[in-house]
Design a protein around this ligand. Structure first.
Ligand SMILES: *Cc1c(COP(=O)(O)O)cnc(C)c1O
Length: 493
């Protein structure tokens, strides 16, 4: 399988290992497969384990790797040591239409683990295949969950250093503690004075700085990314849509071939894009419902075809979706435009200069056919958590609740009761304070007391990694200005 950059009009080809190793294309574009392989024999996947399903899907893209090499990666990533359940990403049936795809049973309790448990192994294999002996410096900007999941995935991996930037006032207490107490000899964490978009732009600028890259290369280092701009993040996310579908077939919840809708709480557009890729590969998915919080730039975009990032940035109860520049949308637009790099360059220049762009009517029509977008604020998020708890005794984190609320809006508006997978992207314990206040009048003094309170009320087991957090030492308290991120990196490597 060959890959191209969304901004390269010459359409130069790259292998999967090259794109995983490099993360971002040097022209600022994102790597995408030139076409999507089809999974024609869905029935065969039904009897497989999660790691076998992952191997099959990875092998369609990693065509220069052997099946043994791929199996080794999926076995190391998807097992009972890393995930609290054999099924890795279990499906919870709420009622006749809503099915939660629980993606938070990994080491850091958010869906990012599913990809970031595989990415370090994918990178090692890529370096080996490409005979690159330089050290890799992984840079990650995080809106809360990527950072921890990347640190956990890459800690003490040979030949790798990882540096994570998080927005100083943009993550929950638990998210911050998870990162600042991170163990490992090759890890570094810094707060950025700014929001997620500032952190992400800073990281992208470092990637695109030719001089900096040359200096590092001379010192024996090369950069890569653990953000969902890296193909190695997206590919593993395709797997769980296939896996959930097959689990539902196996459980007689749906018939093979039946259409499923999917709702995804969205920030950087990585997770929902993986669903769209799965659909392109032949998974019978219907509407893809994009759920936003008060940072509703994507909801507006899907409704109007105008992407306008010139708006106030809101800090919300679902911080991992507090994003105004959704990077992976570029990959969707590339696909909708029929691989038109000229159009992408034009739109991305407009975004950079004016903060907005409008897509052509043909692209907008295709967007509307497959996607629906809506949003909900923090009050509605809390009300949705309470409603589902009161009626079903199922407890959701705020991100998942945004998705559930938007699904309800979708049903009200369209009457479409197609069975629907709702991506459940974090453990409610990661946001115990907000979740407790949504369902009870009791209050507590700190985040850890909220964890116990939530456990008292719901009896849902507290994930071990969160329970232990309060005993860990804070190791990283550096704060850097958004204009000084590259100095920070120079200091660290
Ligand atoms: C990252 C994240 C999201 C947003 O996912 P994208 O792929 O960036 O759209 C939603 N919920 C949680 C809990 C997350 O960590």
């Amino acid at each position: 399988m060959e890959f191209i950059s969304t901004r390269d009009i010459t359409q130069k080809r790259y292998s999967a290992t090259q794109v995983i190793k490099n993360g971002l294309s040097h022209d600022g574009g994102l790597f995408v497969p030139e076409k999507f392989p089809k999974i024609s024999n869905l029935a065969n996947l039904v009897g497989m384990s999660y790691s076998e399903r992952a191997s099959l899907i990875f092998s369609k893209f990693l065509t220069e790797c052997t099946q043994d090499e791929i199996d080794e990666i999926t076995n190391k990533a998807y097992n009972k040591d890393n995930f609290a359940t054999d099924s890795i990403a279990p499906v919870y049936n709420l009622n006749d239409t809503a099915y939660f795809l629980e993606l938070w049973h990994g080491p850091t309790c958010a869906f990012k683990d599913v990809a970031l448990q595989a990415l370090p192994h994918l990178m090692s294999l890529s370096n080996k295949k490409l005979k690159d002996v330089r050290q890799t410096v992984i840079l990650a900007a995080t809106s809360g969950d990527t950072g921890k999941a990347a640190l956990e995935g890459f800690k003490d991996v040979d030949g790798v250093k990882i540096i994570v930037f998080y927005p100083k006032s943009g993550v929950s207490d638990i998210q911050r503690l998870q990162m600042t107490t991170q163990k490992g000899n090759n890890v570094m964490v810094a707060a950025v004075e700014g929001n997620f978009d500032d952190a992400q732009t800073g990281v992208k600028n470092i990637f695109n700085d030719k001089d900096f890259r040359r200096d590092l290369s001379r010192d024996g280092y090369t950069f890569s990314s653990a953000n969902s701009i890296n193909w190695g993040r997206l590919m593993p996310q395709i797997v769980y849509y296939f896996s959930a579908y097959c689990d539902m077939v196996a459980a007689d919840e749906i018939a093979l071939g039946e259409t499923l809708n999917a709702v995804v709480p969205t920030g950087n557009f990585g997770n929902i894009l993986a669903a769209y890729y799965a659909k392109n590969m032949g998974l019978p998915l219907g509407k893809l419902i994009c759920a936003s919080n008060a940072n509703n730039v994507l909801a507006d975009f899907i409704q109007t075809g105008v992407y306008n990032a010139n708006r106030d940035f809101h800090v919300t109860a679902s911080p991992s979706m507090d994003i105004l520049i959704s990077s992976n949308l570029e990959r969707l637009l590339y696909l909708l435009s029929g691989n038109n790099a000229n159009m992408i360059n034009d739109l991305m220049t407009k975004l950079k200069n004016d903060g907005e762009y409008t897509i052509p009517d043909t692209c907008f029509a295709m967007l509307k056919r497959d996607f629906y977008g809506a949003w909900c604020d923090d009050n509605l998020t809390a009300a949705t958590i309470k409603d589902v708890w009161d009626n079903f005794h199922y407890i959701m984190d705020p991100h998942t609740a945004v998705a559930k609320n938007v699904h309800d809006q979708y049903i009200n508006e369209t009457g479409d009761k197609t069975k629907t997978l709702i991506a459940s992207t974090a453990s409610p314990y990661k946001f115990a304070d907000f979740v407790c206040k949504a369902i009870s009048n009791q209050t507590a003094d700190d985040e850890f007391e909220y964890i116990s309170l939530l456990n008292d009320i719901t009896r849902l087991a507290v994930p071990k990694s969160l329970a232990e957090l309060k005993d860990y030492q804070v190791r990283f308290d550096a704060i850097c200005k958004k204009t000084n991120m590259s100095d920070f990196v120079r200091m660290m490597v």
